[in-house]
Write a protein that binds this ligand. Structure first.
Ligand code: DAH
Length: 349
């Protein structure tokens, strides 16, 4: 007959033995076997629980509490060992996956700038060649710069054209990720006095699902000219000069009436389809033209917002998507290629 357990700590020996075995378990499989053996249906603890029913109430309470404590101690040991084994396994895996970053493999292939960065640099070069300066501004903007100062008052329906990502900063909807580079126009005007000839490239954000022709995070280049006596003809001539310098002779530009709150009149800017050279194909929807961006004459309210006298100053502005323009220039039919970082794609440029 086995020695009867001490009535005050009837499970002490069994628990001590169980805890020691659990602590010595070498892997998850052994731990699972111990779990079944110590706490499973065939275990002494489960049998003891069943036996409680036949005890008189007072004894049942004491024995029940002792049993619960014992079970809790064994469970705790199992959890602790499981965590320790997971940690060990994770460390071992990290160790095994460690890369030797000092290893040098001989190759003649050098890295280079990303296609979109190259495009941005080239665009800047073309405009710098026409006498423009390059400026930039923050990607996290206030509602005032992104909308209000650009003549979108609160509740203006044109705000719905921009699927804005707001930041949890300050009052609700007061801070956002800029939806276009146009707020930099306002910053440049605030910081300088006319005449202004500036381009402002940068990242923009919209709450969009990526597809062949949309990216939630994309690039634009903004242009702003403020001087005396600037006319729509200056805008059209500048865009045509830019088109030929960037896309090459044979590619022309055209303007179509459009609407933006910050320009009046406003236009959409198209170029000859680079794929079919204007004959009409699938890429241009058989029109012979590709849409590049928006433009127009700076609205007097925008001048007023930055303290310029609209009677004295005139100007034009434009904004294009760099990613889309890059895709058109290189015949890339899915914008997502630009962000998936497949080196087989990137190496081609
Ligand atoms: N910010 C406009 C957009 O993202 C594009 C644009 C249109 C910019 C007209 C301009 C402009 O500077 O004059 O939809």
């Amino acid at each position: 007959m086995s020695p009867s357990p001490s009535p005050s700590r009837p499970w002490a020996d069994l628990v001590a033995d169980a805890v020691a075995r659990v602590a010595a378990a070498r892997d998850a499989a052994e731990l699972r076997r111990l779990d079944v053996e110590l706490l499973g249906r065939q275990s002494a603890m489960v049998a003891a629980r069943a036996a409680l029913a036949s005890l008189p109430p007072e004894e049942r309470r004491v024995a029940g509490r002792a049993l619960n404590e014992a079970r809790a101690a064994v469970e705790e040991a199992l959890v602790a060992r499981r965590r320790a084994l997971e940690d060990e396994e994770r460390s071992a895996r990290l160790e095994a996956e460690r890369m030797d970053l000092t290893e040098v493999r001989p190759t003649r292939r050098r890295g280079h700038l990303h296609l979109v960065t190259q495009a941005r640099d080239r665009l800047e070069d073309v405009f710098v060649g026409m006498g423009y300066v390059v400026a930039d501004g923050p990607e996290a903007e206030t509602d005032w710069y992104n909308f209000e100062a650009l003549n979108f008052p609160a509740g203006h329906p044109a705000r719905n054209m921009y699927d804005t990502l707001y930041l949890e900063l300050g009052p609700p909807e007061s801070t956002l990720l800029r939806t276009h580079t146009s707020p930099v126009q306002v910053r440049v005007m605030e910081a300088t006095t006319p005449p202004i000839y500036a381009v402002m490239p940068g990242r923009c954000y919209r709450q969009d699902t990526a597809d062949a022709s949309h990216l939630p995070n994309f690039h634009q280049i903004e242009g702003l000219v403020v001087d005396r006596g600037i006319s729509f003809a200056d805008l059209a001539g500048t865009l045509d000069a830019f088109t030929q310098a960037y896309f090459g002779a044979g590619i022309r530009s055209r303007l179509r009436p459009s609407y933006f709150p910050f320009t009046e009149p406003s236009a959409e800017f198209d170029i000859t389809c680079v794929f079919c050279k204007g004959d009409g194909c699938r890429s241009c929807g058989r029109t012979g033209w590709l849409e590049l961006g928006g433009c127009g004459m700076v609205h007097p309210n925008v001048f007023r917002a930055v303290g310029y006298d609209p009677e004295e100053w005139t100007g034009f502005a434009f904004g294009f998507g760099i990613d889309r323009m890059t895709a058109q220039r290189h015949g890339i039919d899915d914008l997502r290629e630009l962000v998936t970082n497949d080196v087989r794609f990137l190496r081609q440029f």
